[in-house]
Design a protein around this ligand. Structure first.
Ligand code: NDP
Length: 469
């Protein structure tokens, strides 16, 4: 039944009264952005409901960041056991159980999923565990029911995209990588982005022979060139075979039950599993956007302004479905800002400048601000500081793994506009430095900050001689 859509009475600008719809806010998609927005709006007194066709928690919790990082920890142990020898440890024979890892990871995801469910119920947000489809700009179909809402927020995230090639049925995405029945002996990973590089490191660390096939000239397009080359070198040293300038044209099952992966130079790679990490697309399938009059951009992303408003003034969108910066903390920020603006009388435009991010490769990458190439086109003359060194830990472990750190400084203002780290603990290091870049601090302010010794991070406040500029 469609509830009667009477007009909302505004008390004053920015405040709201209870509307005659079923809800003041209906959120489609209970991932990071949707849940945050629902909870904050409810805390402001709004009557809020949310729907989710999969499990509450979204990509990050269920099939993304969290299980991926757990896998990455698992993969690191192989090197830890080896590194221990240099410190006098004799580690006995080790073995790895993929089944145990999957079970324990699933258990943790169940726990997080329950926390998310409790957060919603504690906030008095009504959950509809079904697909939601807009039937018009104020109503959402939920199975047999239709509910009305004064405002609607779309937070449906993204979904893996894979090119159609002969044999696509043998290829899986990151979604399935979290549930493989067995750990393959050999694997081909297609793509050169975040997910391909992270999973290449994970499976390689777990003992799988990994070949990464990428169509471009170097992995991680868009990252700083020094970061790309440093990481590619480290990944190769660890045994990942990176095949550049290649596309996969065909996958066939061979007589032994293995897979033959044909590349566009006629090479055939024999493998046991093929994973595609060739990008993600906004999840707008069967959402009824046309019925509600919501515009999408080329590629399917919902077009929004800095307040996450779509072309329909009472329909909003946050997170990966808008394809702005596709990261969990960004979706959280956008969801929170939306709720503050619409229900908390605190207009909060989202600012996407200087968002730090990490790629949980082996070793990690973390970065905030501009690559050297992008900085050159935005900030004119630059001073570049770069350092590459063996981290202290590896003096005794004997591991051949370098850490690379780089600062990019605008010469005219002395502001640090790019900071990049490839190496152990990069993500933990860069989180703190992101505050400095976001605050517009100068190289001189970096220089007068005391280092913590002995750490790798101290290098970022002790680099004195520009390698260029
Ligand atoms: P990315 O966009 O990072 O990478 C996609 C890769 O696939 C690129 O190397 C791209 O090549 C390649 N590709 C695209 N189309 C084709 C094609 N037709 N044939 C062959 N190769 C192709 O996407 P991901 O799937 O890796 O990740 C999606 C997003 O998820 C990321 O952009 C990131 O925002 C987020 N994410 C963040 C993580 C983190 O914060 N640690 C972890 C995982 C994901 P090309 O470069 O030439 O376009």
């Amino acid at each position: 039944m469609i509830s009667n859509a009477l007009s909302v009475i505004y008390i004053s600008e920015g405040e709201f009264s209870v509307s005659d719809y079923d809800y003041d806010l209906f959120v489609i998609g209970a991932g990071s952005g949707g849940v945050r927005a629902a909870r904050i709006a409810a805390a402001y007194g709004a009557r809020v409901a949310i729907c989710e066709e999969s499990r509450v928690g979204g990509t990050c919790v269920i099939r993304g960041c969290v299980p991926k990082k757990l896998f990455s920890y698992a993969a690191h142990f192989a090197e830890e056991f080896e590194d221990a020898a240099g410190y006098g440890w004799k580690v006995g024979p080790s073995s790895f159980s993929w089944k145990r890892l999957i079970e324990n990871k699933d258990h943790e995801i169940d726990r997080l999923n329950k926390i998310y469910l409790r957060l919603l119920s504690d906030a008095n947000v009504k959950l509809y565990p079904v697909h939601g489809k807009l039937v018009d700009s104020h109503h959402v179909q939920l199975g047999e029911d239709i509910v009305g809402a004064e405002k609607i927020l779309i937070a449906t995230g993204g979904w893996p995209w894979m090119p159609e090639i002969p044999g696509s049925e043998h290829v899986f995405s990151s979604n399935e990588a979290f549930h493989l029945q067995e750990l393959p002996r050999r694997m081909v990973i297609v793509g050169g982005g975040y997910i391909a590089c992270e999973f290449a490191g994970i499976f390689n660390g777990l003992g799988v022979e990994v070949v990464q096939v990428y169509r471009g000239e170097q992995i991680l397009r868009g990252f700083d060139d020094d970061v790309r080359t440093s990481l590619a070198r480290e990944m190769s040293t660890k045994g990942i075979q990176i095949c550049l300038h290649r596309n996969v044209t065909k996958v066939t099952r061979d007589a032994d039950g293995g897979l033959d992966v044909e590349l566009d130079d006629a090479t055939v790679l024999r493998t046991d599993a093929v994973m595609s990490a060739t990008g993600r697309v906004p999840n707008v399938r069967k959402l009824g956007l046309e019925a509600a009059g919501v515009h999408v951009q080329a590629g399917g992303a919902i077009a929004v302004n800095e307040y996450s408003v779509t072309n329909v003034p009472h329909i909003f969108a946050v997170g990966d479905v808008t394809n702005r910066v596709n990261l969990t903390p960004v979706a959280l920020m956008e969801g929170h800002a939306f709720a503050d603006t619409e229900f908390g009388d605190k207009p909060s435009p989202v600012n996407h400048d200087f968002i730090p991010s990490a790629v949980f490769t082996h070793p990690q990458i973390a970065t905030v601000g501009y690559s050297e190439k992008d900085a050159a086109s935005h900030f004119g003359r630059l001073e570049i500081f770069r350092s590459e060194f063996t981290p202290l830990k590896h003096t005794l472990s004997g591991r051949e793994e370098k850490t690379m750190m780089k600062l990019i400084v605008q010469a005219a203002t002395d502001k640090v506009v790019g900071l990049h780290v490839v190496g152990m603990d990069a993500a933990e290091i860069v989180q703190g430095f992101a505050i400095a870049l976001k605050s517009g601090l100068t190289k001189q302010q970096f220089d007068c900050t005391t280092g913590i010794h002995p750490t790798a991070a101290e290098e970022l406040v002790t680099m004195r001689t520009a390698v260029q500029g």
